[in-house]
Unconditional design. Structure first.
Length: 406
Protein backbone atom coordinates (compact mmCIF):
# COMPACT_ATOMS: atom_id res chain seq x y z
CA UNK A 1 0.00 0.00 0.00
CA UNK A 2 1.31 3.45 -0.92
CA UNK A 3 0.59 5.81 1.97
CA UNK A 4 0.13 9.36 0.68
CA UNK A 5 0.22 12.38 3.04
CA UNK A 6 -2.98 13.93 4.36
CA UNK A 7 -3.77 17.41 3.15
CA UNK A 8 -2.70 20.28 5.36
CA UNK A 9 -4.37 21.32 8.60
CA UNK A 10 -7.10 23.96 8.34
CA UNK A 11 -8.19 26.72 10.72
CA UNK A 12 -10.42 24.32 12.67
CA UNK A 13 -7.59 21.88 13.39
CA UNK A 14 -8.73 19.32 10.80
CA UNK A 15 -6.45 17.05 8.82
CA UNK A 16 -8.36 15.43 5.97
CA UNK A 17 -7.90 11.70 5.66
CA UNK A 18 -6.17 10.25 2.61
CA UNK A 19 -8.06 7.43 0.89
CA UNK A 20 -5.27 4.90 1.55
CA UNK A 21 -5.37 5.62 5.29
CA UNK A 22 -9.18 5.37 5.25
CA UNK A 23 -8.98 2.01 3.50
CA UNK A 24 -6.36 0.81 5.99
CA UNK A 25 -8.47 1.83 8.98
CA UNK A 26 -11.58 0.13 7.60
CA UNK A 27 -9.64 -3.05 6.76
CA UNK A 28 -8.42 -3.32 10.37
CA UNK A 29 -11.93 -3.52 11.80
CA UNK A 30 -13.47 -6.90 12.61
CA UNK A 31 -17.17 -6.15 12.15
CA UNK A 32 -18.60 -8.51 9.53
CA UNK A 33 -22.03 -6.92 9.16
CA UNK A 34 -23.19 -3.43 10.09
CA UNK A 35 -26.67 -1.98 9.76
CA UNK A 36 -25.54 1.57 10.48
CA UNK A 37 -22.26 3.51 10.54
CA UNK A 38 -21.40 6.88 12.09
CA UNK A 39 -18.72 9.28 10.86
CA UNK A 40 -18.33 12.30 13.17
CA UNK A 41 -16.47 15.29 11.76
CA UNK A 42 -16.54 13.61 8.37
CA UNK A 43 -14.81 16.43 6.47
CA UNK A 44 -14.61 15.43 2.81
CA UNK A 45 -16.05 12.00 3.55
CA UNK A 46 -13.03 9.76 2.94
CA UNK A 47 -13.72 7.47 5.91
CA UNK A 48 -17.43 7.28 5.13
CA UNK A 49 -16.68 6.36 1.55
CA UNK A 50 -14.23 3.62 2.53
CA UNK A 51 -16.77 2.24 5.01
CA UNK A 52 -19.52 2.26 2.38
CA UNK A 53 -17.37 0.13 0.08
CA UNK A 54 -16.91 -2.55 2.73
CA UNK A 55 -20.38 -2.43 4.31
CA UNK A 56 -22.41 -1.53 1.23
CA UNK A 57 -25.81 -2.27 2.79
CA UNK A 58 -25.25 -0.15 5.91
CA UNK A 59 -26.90 3.23 6.42
CA UNK A 60 -24.23 5.88 6.95
CA UNK A 61 -24.83 8.79 9.31
CA UNK A 62 -22.30 11.60 8.96
CA UNK A 63 -21.89 14.97 10.62
CA UNK A 64 -19.60 17.94 10.09
CA UNK A 65 -19.50 21.58 11.10
CA UNK A 66 -19.57 22.45 7.38
CA UNK A 67 -21.38 20.93 4.42
CA UNK A 68 -18.31 19.65 2.56
CA UNK A 69 -19.19 15.96 2.40
CA UNK A 70 -18.29 14.87 -1.14
CA UNK A 71 -20.12 11.57 -1.37
CA UNK A 72 -23.66 12.66 -0.64
CA UNK A 73 -26.21 11.53 -3.22
CA UNK A 74 -29.70 12.81 -2.60
CA UNK A 75 -31.12 9.67 -4.20
CA UNK A 76 -29.12 7.34 -1.94
CA UNK A 77 -31.36 6.39 0.97
CA UNK A 78 -28.37 4.82 2.78
CA UNK A 79 -26.73 8.20 3.39
CA UNK A 80 -27.84 10.69 6.02
CA UNK A 81 -25.65 13.80 6.39
CA UNK A 82 -26.12 16.53 9.00
CA UNK A 83 -24.40 19.90 9.34
CA UNK A 84 -23.87 20.52 13.04
CA UNK A 85 -21.62 20.57 16.10
CA UNK A 86 -20.27 17.14 17.03
CA UNK A 87 -19.48 18.26 20.60
CA UNK A 88 -22.97 19.23 21.76
CA UNK A 89 -24.66 17.06 24.36
CA UNK A 90 -27.79 16.84 22.19
CA UNK A 91 -25.86 14.99 19.49
CA UNK A 92 -28.34 12.06 19.32
CA UNK A 93 -31.19 14.49 18.64
CA UNK A 94 -29.12 16.28 15.99
CA UNK A 95 -28.44 12.98 14.25
CA UNK A 96 -32.08 11.94 14.56
CA UNK A 97 -31.34 8.69 16.38
CA UNK A 98 -31.12 7.25 19.87
CA UNK A 99 -27.92 7.07 21.89
CA UNK A 100 -26.32 3.59 21.96
CA UNK A 101 -27.70 2.36 18.63
CA UNK A 102 -24.72 2.56 16.24
CA UNK A 103 -23.03 -0.66 15.08
CA UNK A 104 -19.82 0.89 13.83
CA UNK A 105 -18.14 4.32 14.07
CA UNK A 106 -15.20 5.88 12.21
CA UNK A 107 -13.63 9.25 12.87
CA UNK A 108 -10.66 11.54 12.28
CA UNK A 109 -11.36 14.37 14.75
CA UNK A 110 -9.84 17.86 14.64
CA UNK A 111 -6.86 18.45 16.92
CA UNK A 112 -7.70 21.61 18.86
CA UNK A 113 -8.54 22.64 22.42
CA UNK A 114 -12.14 23.92 22.42
CA UNK A 115 -13.39 26.63 24.74
CA UNK A 116 -14.93 25.00 27.81
CA UNK A 117 -18.67 24.33 27.79
CA UNK A 118 -20.60 22.84 30.71
CA UNK A 119 -22.10 20.21 28.41
CA UNK A 120 -18.63 18.62 28.07
CA UNK A 121 -19.05 17.50 31.69
CA UNK A 122 -22.40 15.92 30.76
CA UNK A 123 -20.77 14.04 27.90
CA UNK A 124 -18.01 12.76 30.21
CA UNK A 125 -20.49 11.62 32.85
CA UNK A 126 -22.55 9.85 30.22
CA UNK A 127 -19.68 7.52 29.26
CA UNK A 128 -18.42 6.96 32.83
CA UNK A 129 -14.98 8.50 32.51
CA UNK A 130 -15.34 10.75 35.55
CA UNK A 131 -14.38 8.00 37.98
CA UNK A 132 -10.98 7.86 36.27
CA UNK A 133 -10.23 11.58 35.83
CA UNK A 134 -11.77 15.01 35.53
CA UNK A 135 -12.60 15.90 31.92
CA UNK A 136 -11.25 19.41 32.59
CA UNK A 137 -7.72 17.95 32.94
CA UNK A 138 -7.75 16.42 29.46
CA UNK A 139 -10.31 18.49 27.59
CA UNK A 140 -9.45 18.38 23.89
CA UNK A 141 -11.52 17.96 20.76
CA UNK A 142 -10.13 14.48 20.11
CA UNK A 143 -11.10 13.23 23.59
CA UNK A 144 -14.57 14.74 23.24
CA UNK A 145 -15.10 13.31 19.75
CA UNK A 146 -14.10 9.89 21.05
CA UNK A 147 -16.48 10.29 23.98
CA UNK A 148 -19.31 11.13 21.59
CA UNK A 149 -18.53 8.07 19.48
CA UNK A 150 -18.70 5.91 22.59
CA UNK A 151 -22.06 7.44 23.52
CA UNK A 152 -23.53 6.64 20.13
CA UNK A 153 -22.15 3.09 19.80
CA UNK A 154 -24.20 0.16 21.05
CA UNK A 155 -22.58 -2.23 23.52
CA UNK A 156 -20.18 -4.33 21.49
CA UNK A 157 -20.14 -1.77 18.67
CA UNK A 158 -16.78 -1.22 17.02
CA UNK A 159 -14.87 2.05 16.56
CA UNK A 160 -11.96 2.98 14.32
CA UNK A 161 -10.48 6.43 14.96
CA UNK A 162 -7.32 8.38 14.08
CA UNK A 163 -5.92 10.13 17.17
CA UNK A 164 -2.86 12.27 17.99
CA UNK A 165 0.16 10.81 19.70
CA UNK A 166 -0.44 12.40 23.09
CA UNK A 167 -3.49 10.23 23.73
CA UNK A 168 -1.24 7.16 23.53
CA UNK A 169 1.99 8.43 25.06
CA UNK A 170 1.61 11.48 27.32
CA UNK A 171 1.40 11.02 31.09
CA UNK A 172 -1.42 13.58 31.06
CA UNK A 173 -3.66 11.03 29.32
CA UNK A 174 -2.72 7.93 31.37
CA UNK A 175 -6.07 8.02 33.21
CA UNK A 176 -7.88 8.25 29.87
CA UNK A 177 -5.93 5.23 28.60
CA UNK A 178 -6.90 3.40 31.78
CA UNK A 179 -10.54 4.19 31.11
CA UNK A 180 -10.32 2.91 27.52
CA UNK A 181 -8.51 -0.26 28.54
CA UNK A 182 -10.68 -1.12 31.53
CA UNK A 183 -14.12 -0.05 30.29
CA UNK A 184 -13.75 -1.21 26.66
CA UNK A 185 -11.90 -3.74 24.54
CA UNK A 186 -8.91 -2.09 22.87
CA UNK A 187 -7.76 -4.48 20.15
CA UNK A 188 -5.35 -2.79 17.76
CA UNK A 189 -3.29 0.39 17.57
CA UNK A 190 -1.40 1.24 14.40
CA UNK A 191 1.29 3.92 14.51
CA UNK A 192 1.28 6.02 11.34
CA UNK A 193 4.36 7.71 9.84
CA UNK A 194 5.13 11.20 11.16
CA UNK A 195 4.99 12.85 7.74
CA UNK A 196 1.56 11.48 6.89
CA UNK A 197 0.30 15.09 6.98
CA UNK A 198 1.67 17.59 4.48
CA UNK A 199 3.81 20.42 5.90
CA UNK A 200 3.82 18.95 9.40
CA UNK A 201 5.33 16.00 11.25
CA UNK A 202 2.21 15.36 13.29
CA UNK A 203 2.36 11.89 14.87
CA UNK A 204 -0.91 9.95 14.81
CA UNK A 205 -2.21 6.44 15.45
CA UNK A 206 -5.23 4.38 14.44
CA UNK A 207 -7.19 3.01 17.41
CA UNK A 208 -9.58 0.05 17.02
CA UNK A 209 -11.80 -0.95 19.95
CA UNK A 210 -15.20 -2.36 20.94
CA UNK A 211 -17.47 -0.51 23.35
CA UNK A 212 -18.19 -1.94 26.81
CA UNK A 213 -16.57 -5.31 26.14
CA UNK A 214 -13.61 -6.19 28.30
CA UNK A 215 -11.19 -8.85 27.13
CA UNK A 216 -10.42 -11.96 29.09
CA UNK A 217 -7.65 -12.27 31.65
CA UNK A 218 -4.28 -12.06 29.94
CA UNK A 219 -5.69 -10.85 26.63
CA UNK A 220 -3.11 -8.79 24.74
CA UNK A 221 -3.32 -5.55 22.76
CA UNK A 222 -1.84 -5.63 19.27
CA UNK A 223 0.51 -2.78 18.33
CA UNK A 224 1.84 -2.26 14.80
CA UNK A 225 3.37 0.51 12.71
CA UNK A 226 3.09 1.46 9.06
CA UNK A 227 6.62 1.03 7.71
CA UNK A 228 8.34 3.15 5.09
CA UNK A 229 7.37 0.54 2.51
CA UNK A 230 3.68 1.14 3.30
CA UNK A 231 3.37 -2.33 4.83
CA UNK A 232 2.49 -3.12 8.43
CA UNK A 233 5.20 -4.17 10.87
CA UNK A 234 5.09 -7.44 12.76
CA UNK A 235 2.86 -7.10 15.84
CA UNK A 236 4.04 -6.26 19.33
CA UNK A 237 1.67 -7.62 21.98
CA UNK A 238 1.31 -5.87 25.34
CA UNK A 239 -0.80 -6.17 28.47
CA UNK A 240 -3.42 -3.67 29.64
CA UNK A 241 -1.18 -2.57 32.51
CA UNK A 242 1.64 -1.79 30.09
CA UNK A 243 -0.84 0.05 27.88
CA UNK A 244 -1.86 2.42 30.67
CA UNK A 245 1.74 3.60 30.77
CA UNK A 246 2.07 3.94 26.99
CA UNK A 247 0.23 2.57 23.97
CA UNK A 248 2.59 3.29 21.08
CA UNK A 249 4.41 0.76 18.91
CA UNK A 250 7.82 2.50 18.96
CA UNK A 251 8.08 2.51 22.74
CA UNK A 252 7.04 -1.09 23.32
CA UNK A 253 8.98 -2.52 20.38
CA UNK A 254 12.07 -0.86 21.85
CA UNK A 255 11.37 -2.35 25.28
CA UNK A 256 10.90 -5.84 23.90
CA UNK A 257 13.96 -5.55 21.70
CA UNK A 258 16.09 -4.36 24.62
CA UNK A 259 14.80 -7.03 26.98
CA UNK A 260 16.30 -9.61 24.65
CA UNK A 261 19.53 -7.82 23.79
CA UNK A 262 20.77 -6.01 26.91
CA UNK A 263 23.21 -7.66 29.34
CA UNK A 264 21.82 -8.87 32.63
CA UNK A 265 23.82 -6.30 34.63
CA UNK A 266 22.62 -3.21 32.73
CA UNK A 267 21.23 -0.37 34.83
CA UNK A 268 18.85 2.52 34.36
CA UNK A 269 20.28 5.99 33.88
CA UNK A 270 18.72 7.20 37.14
CA UNK A 271 20.79 4.62 39.04
CA UNK A 272 24.08 6.16 37.91
CA UNK A 273 23.30 9.85 37.48
CA UNK A 274 21.17 12.72 38.74
CA UNK A 275 18.81 14.20 36.15
CA UNK A 276 17.48 17.75 36.52
CA UNK A 277 15.40 20.07 34.39
CA UNK A 278 16.06 23.80 33.98
CA UNK A 279 13.77 26.20 35.81
CA UNK A 280 13.46 29.16 33.42
CA UNK A 281 11.27 29.42 30.33
CA UNK A 282 12.70 30.61 27.03
CA UNK A 283 11.14 34.04 27.66
CA UNK A 284 12.64 34.27 31.17
CA UNK A 285 16.05 33.09 29.97
CA UNK A 286 16.26 35.97 27.48
CA UNK A 287 15.64 38.49 30.27
CA UNK A 288 18.30 37.11 32.64
CA UNK A 289 21.42 39.13 33.31
CA UNK A 290 23.39 35.92 33.81
CA UNK A 291 25.01 33.67 31.22
CA UNK A 292 22.44 31.10 30.12
CA UNK A 293 22.03 28.10 27.84
CA UNK A 294 18.93 27.14 25.83
CA UNK A 295 18.11 24.64 23.08
CA UNK A 296 19.00 27.30 20.52
CA UNK A 297 22.60 27.06 21.75
CA UNK A 298 22.74 23.36 20.86
CA UNK A 299 22.71 22.44 17.19
CA UNK A 300 24.29 18.99 17.23
CA UNK A 301 26.16 16.47 19.35
CA UNK A 302 29.09 18.34 20.92
CA UNK A 303 31.71 16.56 23.02
CA UNK A 304 33.51 19.77 24.04
CA UNK A 305 30.83 22.35 24.77
CA UNK A 306 31.92 25.59 26.42
CA UNK A 307 29.62 27.71 28.58
CA UNK A 308 30.08 31.47 28.86
CA UNK A 309 29.59 32.20 32.57
CA UNK A 310 31.91 32.12 35.54
CA UNK A 311 32.00 30.02 38.70
CA UNK A 312 30.21 32.77 40.67
CA UNK A 313 26.94 31.48 39.15
CA UNK A 314 27.15 28.59 41.62
CA UNK A 315 26.31 31.10 44.37
CA UNK A 316 22.80 31.61 42.93
CA UNK A 317 19.83 30.23 44.87
CA UNK A 318 19.64 26.54 43.80
CA UNK A 319 15.89 26.46 44.43
CA UNK A 320 15.44 29.09 41.72
CA UNK A 321 18.30 28.44 39.31
CA UNK A 322 19.81 25.33 37.75
CA UNK A 323 23.40 26.06 36.78
CA UNK A 324 25.29 23.79 34.40
CA UNK A 325 28.97 23.18 35.12
CA UNK A 326 31.95 21.27 33.67
CA UNK A 327 31.25 17.53 33.49
CA UNK A 328 27.50 18.00 32.99
CA UNK A 329 25.66 16.58 30.00
CA UNK A 330 23.02 18.84 28.44
CA UNK A 331 20.23 17.31 26.36
CA UNK A 332 17.23 18.98 24.79
CA UNK A 333 13.87 17.64 25.93
CA UNK A 334 11.64 19.12 23.21
CA UNK A 335 11.67 20.20 19.58
CA UNK A 336 12.34 18.76 16.16
CA UNK A 337 15.32 16.41 16.34
CA UNK A 338 15.73 17.18 20.05
CA UNK A 339 17.64 13.94 20.63
CA UNK A 340 20.48 15.24 18.41
CA UNK A 341 21.03 18.25 20.67
CA UNK A 342 23.42 16.80 23.23
CA UNK A 343 26.50 18.47 24.72
CA UNK A 344 29.21 17.50 27.18
CA UNK A 345 30.32 20.61 29.10
CA UNK A 346 34.10 21.01 29.31
CA UNK A 347 34.28 24.56 30.70
CA UNK A 348 32.21 27.45 31.99
CA UNK A 349 28.93 27.83 33.84
CA UNK A 350 25.42 28.88 32.72
CA UNK A 351 21.83 29.02 33.93
CA UNK A 352 19.83 26.28 32.21
CA UNK A 353 16.46 26.81 30.49
CA UNK A 354 13.51 24.51 31.12
CA UNK A 355 13.85 23.08 27.60
CA UNK A 356 17.01 21.25 28.68
CA UNK A 357 17.80 18.37 30.99
CA UNK A 358 21.08 18.22 32.88
CA UNK A 359 22.58 14.78 33.48
CA UNK A 360 25.15 14.89 36.29
CA UNK A 361 27.45 12.13 37.53
CA UNK A 362 31.11 11.53 38.29
CA UNK A 363 33.46 12.28 35.40
CA UNK A 364 34.11 8.68 34.35
CA UNK A 365 30.41 7.73 34.37
CA UNK A 366 29.38 10.96 32.64
CA UNK A 367 31.80 10.20 29.80
CA UNK A 368 30.26 6.74 29.36
CA UNK A 369 26.73 8.15 29.45
CA UNK A 370 27.60 10.76 26.83
CA UNK A 371 29.23 8.14 24.62
CA UNK A 372 26.08 5.99 24.75
CA UNK A 373 23.40 8.66 24.22
CA UNK A 374 25.38 10.17 21.33
CA UNK A 375 25.92 6.77 19.68
CA UNK A 376 23.70 5.44 16.91
CA UNK A 377 21.99 3.05 19.31
CA UNK A 378 21.53 5.73 21.96
CA UNK A 379 20.02 8.12 19.42
CA UNK A 380 17.52 5.44 18.39
CA UNK A 381 16.68 4.76 22.05
CA UNK A 382 15.97 8.40 22.81
CA UNK A 383 14.10 9.15 19.58
CA UNK A 384 11.79 6.17 20.20
CA UNK A 385 11.00 7.49 23.68
CA UNK A 386 9.70 10.73 22.21
CA UNK A 387 6.04 11.63 22.12
CA UNK A 388 3.92 14.52 20.91
CA UNK A 389 1.71 15.38 17.96
CA UNK A 390 3.93 18.01 16.31
CA UNK A 391 6.98 19.06 18.35
CA UNK A 392 8.38 15.83 19.79
CA UNK A 393 9.41 15.78 23.43
CA UNK A 394 10.69 13.48 26.16
CA UNK A 395 9.86 13.43 29.85
CA UNK A 396 12.41 13.24 32.65
CA UNK A 397 10.87 9.97 33.78
CA UNK A 398 11.39 8.42 30.36
CA UNK A 399 14.99 9.58 30.20
CA UNK A 400 15.62 8.25 33.72
CA UNK A 401 14.50 4.75 32.72
CA UNK A 402 16.83 4.38 29.72
CA UNK A 403 18.95 1.29 30.30
CA UNK A 404 22.67 1.14 29.58
CA UNK A 405 25.46 -1.36 30.06
CA UNK A 406 27.65 0.40 32.62
Amino acid sequence: MNIAPFTSRDSLGRYYTDSDISSLLVSLMDTAKAENILDLGCGLGSLSFAASLRWSDAKIFSLDIENRFQFINSEDKNRHHVVGDALQFDLPKTLGMKEGTIDLAVCNPPYIKPDWRDEFQQVAEQIGICKYSSITKMCSSEVLFLAQMIRMLKDGGEAGVILPDGIFTAEKFSSFRQYLLEAHCVKKIIQLPRKIFKRTEAQTHILIFNKSICGGVGEKIELRAVLGTGKLSNPVLISKDDGIHRLDYNYHSRLQRNSKGLPQDCRELQETAVIKRGKHSSVQIKKLEYASVHTTNLSCIDASFKLEGGIELLDLDQSKFLVARPGDILIARVGRGFFKKIAYVVSGFSVVSDCLFVIRSDKKTAKRIFKFISSKQGQIEISELSYGVAAAQMSMKQLAHIKMDF
